[in-house]
Design a protein around this ligand. Sequence first.
Ligand code: AMP
Length: 400
Amino acid sequence: MNNKLVLVLNCGSSSLKFAVINADNGGEIMSGLAECFNLPDARIKWKIAEKKKSTSLHPYSAHSAAISFIVEEIIKKEAGLAEQFVAVGHRIVHGGEKFTESVIIDDHVLEGIEQCSSLAPLHNPAHVLGIKAAQSAFPALTQVAVFDTAFHQTMPAKAFMYALPYNLYKEAHVRRYGMHGTSHLFVTDQAAKALNKAVSDTNIISAHLGNGASVAAIKKGKCVDTSMGMTPLAGLVMGTRCGDLDPSIIEYLVTRQGYSLKGVMDMLQKQSGLLGVSGISSDFRNILEEHDKGNARATLAMEMFIYRLTKYIASYAVPLGHIDAIVFTGGIGENSHLVRSKVLELLTIFGYQVDSEKNKAAILGNQGIITAAGSPIAMVIPTNEEWVIAQDSAKLVSNQ
Ligand code: AMP
Protein backbone atom coordinates (compact mmCIF):
# COMPACT_ATOMS: atom_id res chain seq x y z
CA MET A 1 0.00 0.00 0.00
CA ASN A 2 1.23 3.51 -0.77
CA ASN A 3 2.25 5.79 2.06
CA LYS A 4 0.24 8.93 2.72
CA LEU A 5 2.90 11.56 2.13
CA VAL A 6 2.37 15.28 2.58
CA LEU A 7 4.63 18.05 1.31
CA VAL A 8 4.79 20.48 4.23
CA LEU A 9 5.71 24.07 3.33
CA ASN A 10 6.61 26.88 5.69
CA CYS A 11 7.08 29.99 3.56
CA GLY A 12 8.73 33.05 5.09
CA SER A 13 9.42 36.35 3.37
CA SER A 14 13.01 35.48 2.41
CA SER A 15 13.12 31.72 2.90
CA LEU A 16 11.08 28.55 2.58
CA LYS A 17 11.34 25.41 4.70
CA PHE A 18 9.99 22.19 3.26
CA ALA A 19 9.60 18.60 4.36
CA VAL A 20 8.00 15.45 3.02
CA ILE A 21 6.28 13.74 5.93
CA ASN A 22 4.53 10.39 6.29
CA ALA A 23 1.17 11.43 7.75
CA ASP A 24 0.63 8.06 9.42
CA ASN A 25 3.77 7.89 11.53
CA GLY A 26 5.41 11.33 11.29
CA GLY A 27 8.44 9.86 9.49
CA GLU A 28 10.45 12.47 7.60
CA ILE A 29 11.33 11.41 4.05
CA MET A 30 13.19 14.61 3.21
CA SER A 31 13.55 18.16 4.43
CA GLY A 32 15.24 21.33 3.30
CA LEU A 33 15.56 25.08 3.29
CA ALA A 34 15.62 27.54 0.40
CA GLU A 35 16.92 30.93 1.49
CA CYS A 36 18.26 34.37 0.55
CA PHE A 37 15.25 35.03 -1.69
CA ASN A 38 15.48 38.09 -3.96
CA LEU A 39 19.24 38.24 -3.39
CA PRO A 40 22.10 37.36 -5.74
CA ASP A 41 23.09 34.34 -3.62
CA ALA A 42 19.68 32.64 -3.40
CA ARG A 43 20.34 28.99 -2.52
CA ILE A 44 18.82 25.73 -1.33
CA LYS A 45 19.93 22.84 0.87
CA TRP A 46 18.16 19.58 1.56
CA LYS A 47 18.51 16.18 3.17
CA ILE A 48 17.21 12.81 1.93
CA ALA A 49 17.96 9.58 3.79
CA GLU A 50 20.72 11.29 5.81
CA LYS A 51 22.42 12.53 2.60
CA LYS A 52 22.89 16.31 2.63
CA LYS A 53 22.96 18.33 -0.60
CA SER A 54 23.03 22.01 -1.48
CA THR A 55 23.19 24.23 -4.54
CA SER A 56 22.69 27.79 -5.73
CA LEU A 57 19.36 28.85 -7.14
CA HIS A 58 19.23 31.36 -9.99
CA PRO A 59 20.20 34.77 -8.60
CA TYR A 60 17.20 36.66 -7.16
CA SER A 61 15.04 33.51 -7.03
CA ALA A 62 12.04 33.62 -4.71
CA HIS A 63 9.09 31.37 -3.76
CA SER A 64 7.97 30.29 -7.21
CA ALA A 65 11.49 29.43 -8.47
CA ALA A 66 12.30 27.61 -5.23
CA ILE A 67 9.13 25.50 -5.38
CA SER A 68 9.78 24.66 -9.06
CA PHE A 69 13.30 23.54 -8.09
CA ILE A 70 11.98 21.44 -5.19
CA VAL A 71 9.46 19.73 -7.47
CA GLU A 72 11.52 19.29 -10.64
CA GLU A 73 15.05 18.79 -9.28
CA ILE A 74 14.46 17.11 -5.94
CA ILE A 75 11.06 15.39 -5.64
CA LYS A 76 10.71 14.15 -9.24
CA LYS A 77 14.26 12.76 -9.17
CA GLU A 78 13.18 10.31 -6.45
CA ALA A 79 11.39 7.51 -8.31
CA GLY A 80 7.79 7.01 -7.21
CA LEU A 81 7.86 9.72 -4.54
CA ALA A 82 5.53 12.36 -6.02
CA GLU A 83 2.91 9.64 -6.73
CA GLN A 84 2.54 9.05 -2.98
CA PHE A 85 1.66 12.68 -2.20
CA VAL A 86 -1.88 13.17 -0.90
CA ALA A 87 -1.70 16.91 -0.15
CA VAL A 88 0.42 20.00 0.31
CA GLY A 89 0.16 21.37 3.86
CA HIS A 90 1.02 25.03 4.48
CA ARG A 91 2.01 26.41 7.86
CA ILE A 92 0.20 29.75 8.23
CA VAL A 93 1.28 32.07 11.03
CA HIS A 94 -1.89 34.12 11.46
CA GLY A 95 -5.48 33.09 10.96
CA GLY A 96 -7.02 35.91 13.02
CA GLU A 97 -10.46 34.99 14.34
CA LYS A 98 -11.47 33.64 10.92
CA PHE A 99 -9.74 30.29 11.19
CA THR A 100 -10.28 28.08 14.22
CA GLU A 101 -9.00 24.89 12.59
CA SER A 102 -7.11 23.62 9.55
CA VAL A 103 -8.92 24.06 6.22
CA ILE A 104 -8.68 23.06 2.58
CA ILE A 105 -7.53 26.09 0.61
CA ASP A 106 -9.94 27.57 -1.93
CA ASP A 107 -10.23 31.14 -3.24
CA HIS A 108 -12.26 32.17 -0.19
CA VAL A 109 -9.63 30.80 2.23
CA LEU A 110 -6.82 32.42 0.27
CA GLU A 111 -8.64 35.74 0.54
CA GLY A 112 -9.05 35.18 4.31
CA ILE A 113 -5.31 34.54 4.72
CA GLU A 114 -4.59 37.71 2.73
CA GLN A 115 -6.98 39.67 4.96
CA CYS A 116 -5.05 38.55 8.05
CA SER A 117 -1.87 40.07 6.58
CA SER A 118 -2.21 43.25 8.63
CA LEU A 119 -1.81 41.08 11.76
CA ALA A 120 1.29 39.29 10.42
CA PRO A 121 2.73 41.54 7.71
CA LEU A 122 6.02 39.65 7.47
CA HIS A 123 4.47 36.20 7.24
CA ASN A 124 1.01 36.01 5.67
CA PRO A 125 1.90 37.69 2.34
CA ALA A 126 4.76 35.16 2.00
CA HIS A 127 2.36 32.29 2.76
CA VAL A 128 0.07 33.51 -0.03
CA LEU A 129 3.00 33.56 -2.48
CA GLY A 130 3.92 30.03 -1.39
CA ILE A 131 0.36 28.73 -1.77
CA LYS A 132 0.03 30.18 -5.27
CA ALA A 133 3.38 28.71 -6.32
CA ALA A 134 2.45 25.29 -4.87
CA GLN A 135 -0.94 25.41 -6.61
CA SER A 136 0.74 25.84 -9.99
CA ALA A 137 3.38 23.19 -9.23
CA PHE A 138 0.78 20.64 -8.03
CA PRO A 139 -2.50 21.56 -9.75
CA ALA A 140 -4.06 18.18 -8.95
CA LEU A 141 -3.19 18.14 -5.22
CA THR A 142 -5.32 19.49 -2.40
CA GLN A 143 -3.65 22.35 -0.53
CA VAL A 144 -4.34 22.69 3.18
CA ALA A 145 -3.76 25.63 5.54
CA VAL A 146 -2.75 24.89 9.13
CA PHE A 147 -2.75 27.95 11.38
CA ASP A 148 -0.40 28.72 14.29
CA THR A 149 -3.19 30.71 15.92
CA ALA A 150 -6.05 28.20 15.51
CA PHE A 151 -5.41 26.15 18.68
CA HIS A 152 -5.68 29.30 20.80
CA GLN A 153 -9.11 30.30 19.47
CA THR A 154 -10.76 28.48 22.39
CA MET A 155 -9.45 31.10 24.86
CA PRO A 156 -12.24 32.89 26.70
CA ALA A 157 -12.61 36.66 26.23
CA LYS A 158 -11.29 37.39 29.73
CA ALA A 159 -7.99 35.82 28.64
CA PHE A 160 -7.72 37.13 25.09
CA MET A 161 -8.89 40.73 25.58
CA TYR A 162 -6.55 43.63 26.32
CA ALA A 163 -7.90 46.24 28.73
CA LEU A 164 -8.20 48.80 25.95
CA PRO A 165 -11.27 50.64 24.60
CA TYR A 166 -13.57 47.84 23.40
CA ASN A 167 -13.96 49.26 19.90
CA LEU A 168 -10.28 48.49 19.23
CA TYR A 169 -11.22 44.83 19.47
CA LYS A 170 -14.39 45.16 17.42
CA GLU A 171 -13.05 47.46 14.72
CA ALA A 172 -9.31 46.85 14.58
CA HIS A 173 -9.19 43.20 15.79
CA VAL A 174 -6.79 44.08 18.62
CA ARG A 175 -6.69 41.06 20.95
CA ARG A 176 -4.40 38.24 22.05
CA TYR A 177 -4.20 35.50 19.39
CA GLY A 178 -1.24 33.38 20.54
CA MET A 179 1.24 31.46 18.38
CA HIS A 180 2.99 28.03 18.29
CA GLY A 181 -0.50 26.50 18.29
CA THR A 182 0.49 23.41 16.30
CA SER A 183 3.27 22.68 18.78
CA HIS A 184 1.05 23.16 21.84
CA LEU A 185 -1.60 20.95 20.18
CA PHE A 186 0.95 18.23 19.41
CA VAL A 187 2.35 18.05 22.94
CA THR A 188 -1.16 18.08 24.41
CA ASP A 189 -2.06 14.95 22.42
CA GLN A 190 1.25 13.27 23.28
CA ALA A 191 0.97 14.18 26.97
CA ALA A 192 -2.54 12.72 27.14
CA LYS A 193 -1.23 9.48 25.61
CA ALA A 194 1.72 9.37 28.02
CA LEU A 195 -0.57 10.03 30.99
CA ASN A 196 -3.04 7.46 29.73
CA LYS A 197 -5.88 9.97 29.75
CA ALA A 198 -8.39 11.19 27.18
CA VAL A 199 -7.29 14.50 25.62
CA SER A 200 -10.64 15.94 26.69
CA ASP A 201 -9.73 15.12 30.30
CA THR A 202 -6.15 16.43 30.26
CA ASN A 203 -4.93 19.68 31.86
CA ILE A 204 -1.37 20.69 31.01
CA ILE A 205 0.87 23.73 30.97
CA SER A 206 2.85 23.54 27.75
CA ALA A 207 6.14 25.48 27.56
CA HIS A 208 7.41 25.76 23.98
CA LEU A 209 10.92 27.12 24.51
CA GLY A 210 12.81 27.75 21.28
CA ASN A 211 14.17 30.87 19.69
CA GLY A 212 10.61 32.11 19.97
CA ALA A 213 8.95 30.91 23.16
CA SER A 214 5.45 30.70 24.57
CA VAL A 215 3.51 29.02 27.36
CA ALA A 216 -0.07 27.81 27.06
CA ALA A 217 -2.59 26.75 29.68
CA ILE A 218 -4.57 23.80 28.31
CA LYS A 219 -7.71 22.70 30.13
CA LYS A 220 -9.54 19.54 29.08
CA GLY A 221 -7.44 19.53 25.91
CA LYS A 222 -8.33 23.11 24.92
CA CYS A 223 -6.26 26.27 25.20
CA VAL A 224 -7.57 28.69 27.85
CA ASP A 225 -4.62 31.11 27.99
CA THR A 226 -1.26 31.74 26.37
CA SER A 227 1.66 34.12 26.72
CA MET A 228 2.01 35.45 23.18
CA GLY A 229 -0.26 38.30 22.25
CA MET A 230 -1.62 39.94 19.13
CA THR A 231 1.87 39.25 17.76
CA PRO A 232 4.75 36.96 18.80
CA LEU A 233 6.48 39.86 20.61
CA ALA A 234 4.60 39.38 23.89
CA GLY A 235 5.18 37.10 26.85
CA LEU A 236 8.43 35.32 27.67
CA VAL A 237 12.00 36.54 27.27
CA MET A 238 13.01 35.10 23.86
CA GLY A 239 16.16 34.85 21.73
CA THR A 240 15.91 38.41 20.38
CA ARG A 241 12.38 39.47 21.41
CA CYS A 242 11.69 41.37 24.60
CA GLY A 243 8.41 39.71 25.61
CA ASP A 244 6.19 41.61 28.07
CA LEU A 245 7.01 45.29 28.39
CA ASP A 246 5.54 48.47 29.86
CA PRO A 247 4.11 50.13 26.70
CA SER A 248 5.19 53.58 27.97
CA ILE A 249 8.82 52.60 27.37
CA ILE A 250 8.15 52.93 23.65
CA GLU A 251 6.91 56.52 24.03
CA TYR A 252 9.83 57.32 26.36
CA LEU A 253 12.40 56.05 23.87
CA VAL A 254 10.80 57.94 20.97
CA THR A 255 10.08 61.28 22.68
CA ARG A 256 12.98 61.45 25.16
CA GLN A 257 15.78 59.31 23.79
CA GLY A 258 15.71 60.15 20.09
CA TYR A 259 14.71 56.76 18.71
CA SER A 260 12.41 56.44 15.71
CA LEU A 261 9.33 54.27 16.17
CA LYS A 262 10.68 51.86 13.57
CA GLY A 263 14.03 51.79 15.37
CA VAL A 264 12.37 50.93 18.66
CA MET A 265 10.20 48.21 17.14
CA ASP A 266 13.20 46.73 15.37
CA MET A 267 15.08 46.72 18.65
CA LEU A 268 12.23 45.01 20.51
CA GLN A 269 12.06 42.31 17.84
CA LYS A 270 15.68 41.74 16.90
CA GLN A 271 18.03 43.22 19.52
CA SER A 272 16.33 42.38 22.80
CA GLY A 273 15.67 39.21 24.80
CA LEU A 274 18.66 36.98 25.59
CA LEU A 275 20.77 38.82 23.01
CA GLY A 276 19.96 42.28 24.33
CA VAL A 277 20.49 41.50 28.01
CA SER A 278 23.62 39.36 27.59
CA GLY A 279 25.18 41.34 24.73
CA ILE A 280 26.49 37.93 23.62
CA SER A 281 24.02 35.85 21.67
CA SER A 282 20.39 34.93 21.13
CA ASP A 283 21.38 31.25 21.23
CA PHE A 284 20.74 29.64 24.60
CA ARG A 285 23.74 27.31 24.26
CA ASN A 286 26.09 30.30 24.02
CA ILE A 287 24.40 31.91 27.01
CA LEU A 288 24.94 28.73 29.05
CA GLU A 289 28.59 28.50 27.98
CA GLU A 290 29.26 32.09 29.02
CA HIS A 291 27.33 31.61 32.27
CA ASP A 292 29.60 28.64 33.04
CA LYS A 293 32.62 30.90 32.51
CA GLY A 294 31.25 33.39 35.04
CA ASN A 295 29.89 36.04 32.64
CA ALA A 296 27.46 38.05 34.82
CA ARG A 297 25.28 39.32 31.96
CA ALA A 298 24.88 35.81 30.56
CA THR A 299 23.78 34.69 34.02
CA LEU A 300 21.35 37.61 34.26
CA ALA A 301 19.84 36.79 30.82
CA MET A 302 19.45 33.14 31.81
CA GLU A 303 17.90 34.01 35.17
CA MET A 304 15.45 36.46 33.58
CA PHE A 305 14.42 33.81 31.06
CA ILE A 306 13.80 31.26 33.82
CA TYR A 307 12.14 33.69 36.24
CA ARG A 308 9.61 35.04 33.74
CA LEU A 309 8.87 31.57 32.40
CA THR A 310 8.24 30.22 35.89
CA LYS A 311 5.97 33.15 36.80
CA TYR A 312 3.85 32.42 33.71
CA ILE A 313 3.70 28.71 34.53
CA ALA A 314 2.69 29.40 38.13
CA SER A 315 0.00 31.88 37.04
CA TYR A 316 -1.62 29.22 34.84
CA ALA A 317 -2.57 27.29 37.98
CA VAL A 318 -5.37 29.87 38.15
CA PRO A 319 -7.26 28.94 34.96
CA LEU A 320 -6.41 25.23 35.26
CA GLY A 321 -7.12 24.51 38.93
CA HIS A 322 -5.70 21.03 38.56
CA ILE A 323 -2.47 20.46 36.58
CA ASP A 324 -1.83 16.96 35.17
CA ALA A 325 1.62 17.88 33.85
CA ILE A 326 3.98 20.66 32.93
CA VAL A 327 5.40 19.87 29.49
CA PHE A 328 8.71 21.23 28.19
CA THR A 329 9.31 21.33 24.43
CA GLY A 330 11.22 23.31 21.73
CA GLY A 331 15.03 23.44 21.41
CA ILE A 332 15.61 24.74 24.95
CA GLY A 333 12.76 22.81 26.59
CA GLU A 334 13.85 19.54 24.98
CA ASN A 335 17.57 19.90 25.69
CA SER A 336 18.35 22.07 28.69
CA HIS A 337 18.09 20.04 31.90
CA LEU A 338 19.38 23.13 33.72
CA VAL A 339 16.44 25.32 32.67
CA ARG A 340 13.96 22.58 33.54
CA SER A 341 15.44 21.88 36.97
CA LYS A 342 15.64 25.58 37.85
CA VAL A 343 12.02 26.14 36.80
CA LEU A 344 10.85 23.19 38.89
CA GLU A 345 12.93 24.35 41.89
CA LEU A 346 11.13 27.70 41.74
CA LEU A 347 7.84 25.77 41.75
CA THR A 348 8.61 23.90 44.98
CA ILE A 349 5.58 25.57 46.55
CA PHE A 350 3.48 23.35 44.25
CA GLY A 351 5.42 20.27 45.39
CA TYR A 352 7.54 19.66 42.26
CA GLN A 353 10.66 17.57 42.78
CA VAL A 354 13.04 16.87 39.92
CA ASP A 355 14.50 13.41 39.37
CA SER A 356 17.92 14.59 38.24
CA GLU A 357 18.84 11.39 36.39
CA LYS A 358 15.62 11.30 34.43
CA ASN A 359 15.93 15.05 33.79
CA LYS A 360 19.46 14.69 32.42
CA ALA A 361 18.42 11.73 30.24
CA ALA A 362 15.62 13.72 28.55
CA ILE A 363 17.67 15.28 25.74
CA LEU A 364 18.15 14.90 21.99
CA GLY A 365 14.62 13.78 21.23
CA ASN A 366 14.11 11.60 24.32
CA GLN A 367 10.64 11.89 25.78
CA GLY A 368 9.83 11.25 29.42
CA ILE A 369 8.77 12.24 32.90
CA ILE A 370 11.50 14.21 34.72
CA THR A 371 10.01 14.46 38.20
CA ALA A 372 10.49 12.13 41.17
CA ALA A 373 7.94 9.57 42.33
CA GLY A 374 5.29 11.29 44.44
CA SER A 375 5.93 14.72 42.85
CA PRO A 376 3.39 16.37 40.55
CA ILE A 377 4.42 15.49 36.99
CA ALA A 378 6.67 17.45 34.64
CA MET A 379 7.75 15.92 31.38
CA VAL A 380 9.69 16.52 28.17
CA ILE A 381 7.97 15.94 24.83
CA PRO A 382 9.87 16.72 21.61
CA THR A 383 7.56 18.72 19.41
CA ASN A 384 6.73 17.84 15.80
CA GLU A 385 4.79 20.62 14.11
CA GLU A 386 5.34 19.14 10.64
CA TRP A 387 3.57 15.95 11.67
CA VAL A 388 0.52 17.92 12.85
CA ILE A 389 0.43 19.70 9.49
CA ALA A 390 0.77 16.39 7.61
CA GLN A 391 -1.89 14.68 9.74
CA ASP A 392 -4.40 17.52 9.40
CA SER A 393 -3.79 17.70 5.64
CA ALA A 394 -4.21 13.94 5.11
CA LYS A 395 -7.34 13.90 7.30
CA LEU A 396 -8.99 16.75 5.39
CA VAL A 397 -8.19 15.06 2.06
CA SER A 398 -9.67 11.75 3.17
CA ASN A 399 -12.86 13.52 4.37
CA GLN A 400 -13.30 15.30 1.02
P1 AMP B 1 14.20 26.03 18.30
O1 AMP B 1 13.79 27.43 17.93
O2 AMP B 1 13.09 25.20 18.87
O3 AMP B 1 14.97 25.33 17.22
O4 AMP B 1 15.24 26.19 19.52
C1 AMP B 1 16.43 26.92 19.38
C2 AMP B 1 17.01 27.19 20.76
O5 AMP B 1 17.25 25.95 21.43
C3 AMP B 1 18.32 27.95 20.70
O6 AMP B 1 18.33 28.98 21.68
C4 AMP B 1 19.32 26.87 21.08
O7 AMP B 1 20.44 27.41 21.72
C5 AMP B 1 18.50 26.05 22.06
N1 AMP B 1 19.15 24.76 22.30
C6 AMP B 1 19.36 23.75 21.43
N2 AMP B 1 20.05 22.74 22.03
C7 AMP B 1 20.27 23.12 23.31
C8 AMP B 1 20.95 22.55 24.44
N3 AMP B 1 21.53 21.37 24.36
N4 AMP B 1 20.95 23.25 25.59
C9 AMP B 1 20.37 24.46 25.69
N5 AMP B 1 19.74 25.06 24.65
C10 AMP B 1 19.69 24.41 23.48
